[in-house]
Write a protein that binds this ligand. Structure first.
Ligand code: BG6
Length: 520
């Protein structure tokens, strides 16, 4: 298929301000569960990237908190993480100074006295570095500790101090069903005001996800066709080649629906489907997202299918089946793949199916949104086309590649030159992020951490949104839990998932796009 490239002219970038107005006030970030992978793989590299581009305040301090009695080795471990996962040169001149600002405090999450010690330590650091009482608590622990940590912060008056801005960032999963999410929201809001709460979904930190809104609302030509009159259906795929990577106990309780579909994929869907907000402020954006989610009727159980991988070959290497993974029940009924069809009952979308699919150990890593447009009403060239020169006329397809090969492409038909017939071939117009703007080592957390420090909640979930999404998925989760799947595992690692996923779309006359990725 022929491809046309699009690029950015340097003069178009020269007027973009470099963000000096977005430097937060000096403060401290307290990371609970700091000895876990997330801190060194994602959070610290992201903070260091912010430092590199001058977006961190001068005295900004990081305090890692976890149960283990660690000392200086914590900062050394974080340094190694920044270099390895942040793609940072060990000799970066800013690295040593940054690492000196990392400290560690051992704390048992369920021991109230330990929080009194933490408060004393925070006050000491605050005084020494003149941080004005600004604090951001980041909960990166296992989810069962969230409520207890929040309660203890409240009990020690750390949530509503006399001076400074205080916020709390809460990692996913936020609850495990509707009831537990409601309970957690109640516990959080008993201590923190909603304006202090940042429920994080790292997908919203990805440039390509934010770009969905820019694509739709900073351009005039797409909105008029962005509706049921022109769009046939939408597919959203989040395919991973990775397995559970040693997270067996977590994943056994989560499964694909809770881990990725209920949160990341629903965020993607809301950006594709929402009405234009009146502005890009938190309230306006969240209001429109919630309207989309509320307009989704319950998903009939036959329109949701699940899968679990067996052994197979992924990217040329042998991969074990899910049941053989470390610390996974050998008879596990947990789904590592989920696909479903849903509709959005509003004037823009009524009758347009949205298909969602997410899975581990699939054929290729690709998170993509495909907007398939309707065929033209009359295919006048079809009759004349010589079969040899062209394929069947294909409908226009807009593809938003969230990752990897980040970009956007539009497929349309073009006349094949030199043949005597009106032969039509699909061609692709492609925008490639890296080619246009250069390679980025950002991992998505940079933007969200900075926003949280600045108190900007636009890219974070609100309590209503979390509960609406759990309300949609809890009946499916319960139905699946009540009935063990008959044939598990039902797909080989390294394929596009179980047959029931293909059948789901076939029932509606559709087919999954499996040619995902620009290099596919
Ligand atoms: C996390 C899930 O939220 O997202 C993981 O818990 C998943 O299971 C990950 O692998 C995917 O994120 P990304 O940014 O690699 O697509």
């Amino acid at each position: 298929m022929a491809t046309a490239k699009m690029s950015v002219r340097p003069e178009d970038l020269s007027h973009i301000p470099q963000g000096a107005e977005r430097i937060p006030e000096a403060g401290i970030m307290v990371i609970f569960g700091a000895s876990g992978d997330l801190t060194k793989r994602k959070l610290l590299p992201a903070l260091f990237h912010l430092e590199q581009v001058g977006l961190l305040p001068k005295n900004f301090t990081i305090l890692g908190v976890a149960r283990r009695p660690l000392g200086d080795e914590f900062a050394a471990d974080m340094r190694a993480g920044i270099v390895e996962f942040g793609d940072v040169d060990v000799s970066d001149p800013k690295l040593n100074d940054f690492v000196e600002r990392i400290a560690y405090f051992p704390l048992r999450f369920d021991v109230p006295d330990d929080y009194a010690g933490l408060k004393t330590e925070l006050d000491r650091i605050d005084k020494e570095k003149n941080l004005g009482g600004h604090r951001l608590f980041y909960l990166a622990t296992a989810p069962e500790f969230f409520a207890g940590i929040i309660e203890n912060l409240g009990a020690q008056n750390m949530a509503q101090p006399e001076h400074g801005q205080v916020g709390v960032v809460i990692e996913k999963p936020f609850g495990h069903d509707l009831e537990s999410a409601r309970e957690l929201n109640r516990q959080v809001n008993a201590v923190f005001h909603e304006s202090q709460v940042f429920r994080i979904d790292h997908y919203l930190g990805k440039e390509t996800v934010q770009n969905i809104l820019v694509f739709r609302f900073a351009n005039g030509i797409f909105e008029p066709v962005w509706n049921r009159n022109y769009i046939d259906h939408v597919q959203i795929t989040a395919a991973e080649t990775l397995g559970v990577e040693g997270r067996g106990p977590f994943y056994e309780k989560a499964g694909a629906l809770r881990d990725v579909v209920q949160n990341h994929m629903m965020e993607l869907l809301s950006f594709v489907a929402m009405e234009p907000p009146s502005s890009f402020d938190a309230e306006a954006v969240r209001r429109e997202k919630v309207k989309v989610w509320r307009a989704i009727p319950p998903v009939p159980i036959k329109d949701a299918v699940r899968g679990q991988y067996g052994p197979g070959i992924v990217e040329g290497k042998r991969a074990a089946g899910y049941r053989d993974e470390e610390r996974v029940n050998p008879e596990s009924g947990t789904e590592t793949f989920a696909a479903l069809r849903l509709e959005i009952e509003n004037w823009r979308w009524a009758g347009v199916p949205f298909y969602l699919r997410a899975g581990k150990r699939l054929k290729r890593r690709a998170t993509e949104i495909s907007i398939q447009f309707k065929q033209p009403p009359l295919l006048i060239f079809n009759r004349m086309a010589s079969q040899a020169a062209c394929q069947e006329i294909q409908p226009n397809l807009l593809t938003i590649r969230i990752q990897p090969d980040e970009g956007i492409s539009l497929r349309f038909g073009a006349k094949v030159p030199t043949t005597p017939n009106m032969d039509v071939c699909p061609v692709i117009m492609d925008f490639d992020y890296e080619a246009a703007f250069g390679k980025s080592s950002a991992n998505g957390y940079e933007r969200l951490l900075l926003d949280a420090m600045l108190g900007d909640q636009t890219l974070f979930s609100h309590r209503d949104g979390v509960e609406i999404n759990w309300a949609l998925y809890t009946p499916i989760i319960e139905a699946w839990a009540a009935k063990m799947p008959e044939v598990f595992p039902n797909y080989f690692a390294g394929t596009w998932g179980p047959e029931c996923s293909d059948h789901l779309l076939e029932r509606w006359g559709h087919k999954w796009r499996n040619d995902l990725g620009r290099k596919a």
